[in-house]
Ligand binder design. Structure first.
Ligand SMILES: Cc1cc2nc3c(=O)[nH]c(=O)nc-3n(C[C@H](O)[C@H](O)[C@H](O)COP(=O)(O)OP(=O)(O)OC[C@H]3O[C@@H](n4cnc5c(N)ncnc54)[C@H](O)[C@@H]3O)c2cc1C
Length: 334
């Protein structure tokens, strides 16, 4: 048992958890972040470090990895304890505090802020021969480094923001790029759809709507992909040595499901204080649900601030929920 009990333990070191850690430090509380991944940054680090983000305050555009760098610097100025590579498996109440159980130890805390995102990054599979066989050997679901795709014949599968963002990112890096989508409607930002449609008109990409993947072929790695027109069932086989499958992630809260919190459709239900159904446990970011919830970094930041300020008040009821303006805080003058 780590006997240094913390005021606030944040489960998840994505953008929401990092901003929550900053807030906890700014409010003068002791804080610990625990994440199951080996690096901080959540989805930004694990799935799209080299992608530009255009919709966080203060940046006209910022690479995901640079946003994480700034968030880490901001959060670590108050020296929270950072525990990586540790999944929180259980959350047990111990009277006036909680005990978090991880494989590597037990962590005591007065309050908890769950910022666990969509849980494990388990991609939805393409249900076709070759998908499992060539995973990470020609088949990928994230772009850690666009250079991996330089000069390759790339096929991107999907019609959401992720697929279309990666089309824009890779169209000038790949030797050729085919976008395969099973219908002609998109679940993506209008501006990105316009860019993709323009790239298709300019023949910079090969756009195949109403197509699906039949099979991925190759000897030791991907060499060809057979796609079919789902209106006619007619097959077409294309030369391709990299398939990027962007058909979504299986939302799975993992162990969080069994912590006795009110959960619906793999999301923790919270009220306007970001409080869960268990007193002292707050949640923020992609992991939560309430009417009007948006899965965005910007909303995660705001929810983190609300969750932490209410956790501070929970630990010390004489502490105000409203932190006041940071400019006037003593902590920054020290
Ligand atoms: C390709 C792509 C592009 C995107 N582009 C944008 C964009 O341009 N703008 C925008 O606003 N949003 C964008 N998003 C969405 C954005 O990434 C998410 O809204 C954001 O990451 C949510 O942050 P989070 O901290 O709540 O969760 P996450 O980033 O998912 O982090 C959650 C962390 O919790 C950890 N965790 C979970 N369970 C446990 C446990 N039991 N124990 C320990 N650790 C645990 C995970 O390992 C993870 O590191 C994009 C998403 C994708 C996939």
């Amino acid at each position: 048992m780590a006997d240094d009990i913390r005021d606030i333990t944040i489960i998840g070191g994505g953008p929401t958890g990092l901003f929550a850690a900053f807030y906890a430090g700014m409010r003068g509380t002791s804080c610990r972040i625990v994440d199951s991944l080996p690096e901080l940054g959540g989805q930004l680090t694990a799935l799209y470090p080299e992608k530009y983000i255009y919709d966080v305050g203060g940046f006209a555009k910022v690479l995901a990895k640079d946003l994480v760098k700034g968030l880490v610097e901001q959060a670590l100025q108050f020296e929270p304890d950072v525990v990586l590579d540790e999944q929180v498996q259980a959350l047990d109440s111990a009277g006036d505090h909680f005990v978090l159980k991880c494989a590597g130890g037990l962590y005591r805390t007065r309050t908890v802020v769950i910022a666990g995102g969509k849980g494990a990054f388990e991609p939805m599979p393409l249900k076709c021969p070759g998908y499992e066989e060539f995973m990470h050997n020609g088949v990928e679901y994230a772009v850690r480094d666009p250079e991996m795709f330089r000069g390759r014949k790339v096929m991107i599968v999907g019609g959401g923001d992720t697929a279309l963002d990666f089309v824009i990112m890779l169209k000038d890096v790949a030797d050729s790029l085919t976008l395969v989508h099973r219908r002609d409607g998109w679940r993506a930002h209008e501006a990105t759809v316009t860019l993709v449609e323009r790239a298709a008109e300019a023949e910079e990409i090969d756009l195949r709507t109403f197509y699906e993947v039949r099979a991925i072929h190759g000897e030791s790695s991907v060499e060809r992909v057979t796609i079919f027109d789902n209106r006619t069932e007619k097959d077409t086989t294309l030369e391709c040595d990299a398939v990027l499958s962007c058909v979504g992630f299986k939302p799975d809260l993992g162990p969080i499901k069994s912590w006795g919190l009110k959960v619906e459709k793999n999301r923790i239900l919270v009220d306007s204080l970001m409080a869960t159904s268990v007193s002292g446990v707050f949640a923020a970011g992609d992991v939560v649900d309430y009417e009007g919830k948006l899965d965005l970094i910007a909303t995660g930041f705001a929810e983190a601030a609300v969750a932490v300020n209410n956790a501070v008040h929970h630990v010390d009821p004489t502490a105000r929920v409203n932190p006041g303006h940071s400019t006037n805080m003593k902590v920054f003058k020290e």
